[in-house]
Design a protein. Structure first.
Length: 98
């Protein structure tokens, strides 16, 4: 990547999450949220789940949860974590995952 002079701009945001391929999670991120990681430095969850050891903190699909993998897995896991978050917030979910 090379900076392009004059291309900078500002976007107001309350929270920014970076989704970029990498090996496992960044130590400063997991420490900031207090979440546990496994031996591969992926965020630790119960099998088939996305909630972490911290109440109301979930890991999204992809590298953070599964490790390096295909983007199709990240898309599927993104849908699955959305369903789990919906259920956590609402007590039920109407989101259907094929």
């Amino acid at each position: 990547m090379v900076p392009v002079e004059g291309s900078e701009y500002t976007v107001d945001a309350d929270l920014v999450l970076i989704a970029a391929g990498f090996l496992g999670s960044q130590d400063y991120v997991t420490k900031a949220f207090g979440v546990e990681v496994n031996e591969r430095t992926n965020v630790k969850t119960e099998a088939g789940k996305y909630s972490t050891n911290v109440k109301d903190v979930f890991t999204a699909g992809g590298d953070m949860h599964r490790g390096q993998s295909l983007v199709v897995w990240a898309i599927r896991e993104g849908r699955e974590v959305a369903r789990e978050v919906d259920e956590s917030l609402m007590g039920y979910t109407n989101l259907y995952i094929q």
